[in-house]
Write a protein that binds this ligand. Sequence first.
Ligand code: MG
Length: 253
Amino acid sequence: MKQYIKFSKNKKIHFGIIENNKIHHISSTPFKKYNVTSEVSSFSEVDILPPVVPGKIICIGLNYRDHLNHIGEKPEPKHPEPFLVTPSAIIAHNSPIILPEGASQVEEEAELVVIMGKTCKNVSAKNAKDYIFGYTCGNDVSARNWQKNDLQWTRAKSSDTFAPIGPYITTGIDPDSLDIQCRVNDKIVQNSNTKHLIHSVSKIIAFISSFMTLEEGDLIFTGTPGQPVALHPGDKIEVEIKHLGILTNQVEK
Ligand code: MG
């Protein structure tokens, strides 16, 4: 297991590998061959950036049984149900989620996010994990009034700041049994495990790659469990997934 972080320090952007709660700078992005340099930073010295700039973000809806009821869906989807979110919605750990004018019932959605490592098309579920680089925490922030009443989900899901990811990328783990939790103001509101995904990470990649080329850095949000709650200005949202750290964002108006 390795953990990679992207951060700024003294107005310069760096990548690092986390060891013993210190950041050891590396010579390139973690997607390329890199050397570990002699420079070391502590977390208090840096601003954490989104760990990757993806070409595209694919999100899977309705992928935990206990979430289907919450939004009034009954049957389980026969195949993964992907929709797109624009990369401009991404924000970093510790950046604010801004509630847009006209949005109501804006809710968090704690999700395991897959970061692709290699180009793939028509990959089988059996081989899908060979194309994954790593994983991070994500929050598929959703404006339910727009999700319910617009014909498309674009502004419900792709408003600025609606895709927090981070705080870092973890590689070399099994994504199929990770505890996932969301806390709002320290109160647990979502609490599950990725073993409850209706369509597993491998099945999702096989399905998406059957019609769309996946490339290095692309993100796949895998769905949210349980019952998200309405967010209000001042709320502190924490998404915590085993091995992936805690993604924290404050809500602002
Ligand atoms: Mg979602």
